[in-house]
Design a binder for this molecule. Sequence first.
Ligand code: SAM
Length: 496
Amino acid sequence: MSQFLPPTELPLPSHLEHLSPTEYLSHLVEIADKYNEFTSLHIVHFLSRNFWDMIDPEWQQALMEPESEDEFIDDMLNLASRYECKSSWPESLKAYVEEMKTTQLPSFDPEQFNTDHLSCTIDRHLLSGMSEKKAHEVETLSMLIKHVAEATDMTSIIDLGAGQGYLSRMLALQHGLHVLGVDADEIQTCGAKFFQGKAEKSIKGKKIRALVATEEDPTEAIAKEKERQSHLNHVTQMITLENIPTLLADWTDTSRWNYREVPAKSWMICGLHTCGDLAPTIIRLFQGSPEIGGMISVGCCYHWLTEEKDAQGTYHFPMSTTLIDRGYKLGPTLRMLACQAPGRWETQREATVKSFKHNFYRTMLQKIMVDKGLATIKVAPVVGRMNHKRDFASFPVYVKAALRRFDLSGTITDEEAIEFEAKARQDGQYRKMIILWTLRIMLSPIIESIILVDRWVYLKDTLPNAKICMWPLFDKVASPRNVVIAALKEGTNPIH
Ligand SMILES: C[S@@+](CC[C@H](N)C(=O)[O-])C[C@H]1O[C@@H](n2cnc3c(N)ncnc32)[C@H](O)[C@@H]1O
């Protein structure tokens, strides 16, 4: 099998290696269920529903201990990002932290998952519009796709959900693969074509300048270079299991590519940031399409996943019979929790502390509203997006802005807001809320693992002879949604 895929298809945490993937999936669900009180809560109700009481008093005392605010914040960030405990903390708290750390799918480890062969320098003409994060992802994922494509002779790639085409351009213009970028959104396709035109023009110019600089007569080579079309095409289409055969048949026709080589017979389907239902769609397209021999995809945005059967009677989550048979559902709160990135708290300290403050304002407002009969204890009215600079200048300013949105202006005075905040801070409620939030966010990788392992188990159940690998490909601080699923059907064995 390809040396570019890890030898173990689904590496499990070391102390759970004795479990089968299906048993591991059930174990993850058991852990998530065990802490259901934490996972299912909304921090907005922290004060109005006394959530502090759900934390073990011994843990409360230990975590509230630091005298300075800085030390307290350090403790919380180290806990969330590095599972770091203080030696003085109770054993039961350390056991919880250890359980969170060691139950989730193994995290990115360059020693376990060698990435040396996945680094390259992105041509500067392809960098246009890419953030640093996107560049890290495009560099690594495109190198993986290139290696697997070349090793299996599967050099026709469909980049599904291509967006602005960052991955497509890298695969086609730098790695020389045939790439069909497809997106349901015409605006995305237009953007991708615009960037493609710009990149091709500059790369062609660069190549021609290099040819002119050679001592041999470059005339013929220059003419060829000018004539040559790239291996990249973009189309707009919402792809389904029903329409993909026609699309692939159309694009297997050589004349479409304006290129001499015949595109390879078997396609590889790829996707970067296959948000929501796109990730399960790619998995089903791979599993159900004889024209597709390989798949490499990295998902994201679990909050967009649908958990109801679609018109064809299929689920996007869960996919495996293991979870479907038990009627398992995550619901929106847990799906949202799966999207969190505790690994980044430490490096994004300022943004994390800012979001503590914003959420503290929201939970204080909810408590005042419930106390004054302006909201019920069950429902928290949705504030929506607020202006980060203007609306969070102080708690009374925030209260005014939020009440305007609820059409309740004037129902809480500045004095009431100031007094409430002073008392809440004096009672340590700010720290208490952060403690609960930190303990809860540590469950996020467990929920993400459920979603990912469910996909792996579905594929293995339906294609038992395929090679199906799942492992963390990106640095989780640079790119928190870092797990790739790479699969090769039987018969697509590497040629090298
Ligand atoms: C989060 S974006 C990712 C864009 C790009 N791959 C990137 O990494 O920048 C996901 C894209 O998938 C597209 N999409 C979702 N489902 C699709 C489907 N079934 N067929 C085609 N495009 C789809 C959306 O329009 C959206 O542009």
